[in-house]
Design a protein around this ligand. Structure first.
Ligand code: FE
Ligand code: FE
Ligand code: ZN
Length: 300
C-alpha cells in the first residue's frame, strides 16, 4: 500500500519533505513547492535535491509516486481579468518545469471556479488554458482534482472532469478526494459502485492519486471541510476499504486531514495527525485515542 500525507516544502526543500514523510512512517508524500496560498517560490537547490534523492532511494520511496499540488489561488476557469488568467497559466508552466526539475511525475490541480461565468464557459476556459500550457511538453502530468462543489467550483462531478479531459489534447489524469466526493454527493460508503461509475465515465486508469480524507459534513453538503480518519461522516471502515481497493493498489493515498490541538475543540491546531492515522490504516484498526496519542507523542 502506498500511503503518505501532505508535507511541507520549506528551507530544506524536497529533503525536508522526505524527512517529514519518513517521520510519519509514510512511503510516499505530497508537497506544495511553496505556501499553497501564494505563488512565491524559491529556486531549486541542486545539492539539497541530490540529498533528497539519495534519502528516497535508501528509504524505498519511489519518486514516480510522489505528488506535487499546485497552489489553490490558481484559477484557469475565469478569464474576465485576462491578466490574472494569464498569470495563472504562466505560474502553472513554471510549476510544471519545477516538477520536471525535481523529477516529480504528477501535479494536482483544482480545476478552478467559474465566478460569474456560465459553467460551460468556465470549463472551456480551463480546457483552453490547459491546451496552451501543455503545448510546452512537460514530463510531469496534470491531475484534475474532484471538488466538493463549494461556491462556483468546477469539477464537482465526474461529467465535468470528463468534459475537460475530452477537450484537452494532452494526456491528463485525475486525483479523487474522498472528502470532496462525499460533499459533492458521491457515496464513499459504496466504493465499488463509485468505481463502476468512474469506469463508465472516465476510466479507473485515469486515477493517479487518492486524497484520503474523512469529511466533517454530510453527503452532498458542498462544504469541503476535512475530518481526521474515522472521525467524520465517511467513517473508518469505508476509508480503509478505499485504501486497500485492489484496483487502486498502485495509486498513492495521501492524507490531508487537519492538524489537532489539545482537545478536538482547541483552535490552535499544532500537531500533525499523520503518523497515527497511517498507523491505523496499516494496522487496519481504528484508534479511539487518536487525539491523546498524538498529544503524548509530540508533547514529550
Ligand atoms: Fe486539493
Ligand atoms: Fe484534496
Ligand atoms: Zn479539500
Amino acid at each position: 500500500m502506498l500511503i503518505g500525507s501532505h508535507v511541507s516544502f520549506g528551507k530544506k526543500q524536497l529533503l525536508g519533505s522526505v524527512q517529514e514523510a519518513i517521520s510519519y512512517g509514510a512511503n510516499t508524500f505530497m508537497f506544495y513547492t511553496g505556501a499553497p496560498q501564494n505563488t512565491m517560490r524559491q529556486k531549486i537547490d541542486e545539492e539539497l535535491l541530490k540529498e533528497a534523492q539519495d534519502l528516497m532511494i535508501k528509504e524505498g520511496i519511489d519518486i514516480k509516486k510522489v505528488i506535487c499540488h499546485a497552489p489553490y489561488i490558481i484559477n484557469l476557469a475565469n478569464n474576465k481579468d485576462l491578466e490574472k488568467w494569464q498569470f495563472s497559466q504562466n505560474f502553472l508552466k513554471q510549476e510544471l518545469s519545477r516538477c520536471d526539475e525535481l523529477n516529480v511525475s504528477f501535479l494536482v490541480l483544482h480545476p478552478g471556479s467559474a465566478v460569474g461565468l456560465e459553467k460551460t464557459e468556465a470549463l472551456n476556459n480551463i480546457s483552453l488554458a490547459l491546451n496552451n500550457i501543455l503545448s510546452n511538453n512537460y514530463k510531469c502530468q496534470i491531475l484534475l482534482e474532484t471538488m466538493a462543489g463549494k461556491g462556483t467550483e468546477c469539477g464537482s462531478s465526474l461529467e465535468e472532469i470528463k468534459y475537460i479531459i475530452d477537450h484537452v489534447n494532452y494526456n491528463i489524469g485525475v486525483c479523487i478526494d474522498t472528502c470532496h466526493l462525499n460533499d459533492a454527493g458521491y457515496k464513499m460508503q459504496n466504493f465499488k459502485e463509485f468505481l463502476a461509475i468512474v469506469e463508465k465515465i472516465i476510466g479507473i486508469d485515469k486515477i493517479k492519486c487518492v486524497h484520503l480524507n474523512d469529511s466533517k459534513n454530510v453527503l452532498a453538503s458542498h462544504k469541503d471541510r476535512h475530518a481526521n480518519i474515522g472521525y467524520g461522516t465517511i467513517g473508518f471502515d469505508n476509508l480503509l476499504n478505499i485504501c486497500y481497493e485492489e484496483k487502486l493498489k498502485d495509486v498513492p493515498k495521501i492524507l490531508e486531514t487537519p492538524y489537532v490541538g489539545q482537545t478536538w475543540e482547541d483552535k490552535t491546531k499544532i500537531y500533525p495527525p499523520y503518523k497515527f492515522e497511517i498507523e491505523m490504516l496499516k494496522n487496519k484498526k481504528f484508534n479511539q485515542n487518536l487525539l491523546e496519542d498524538i498529544n503524548n507523542y509530540y508533547n514529550k
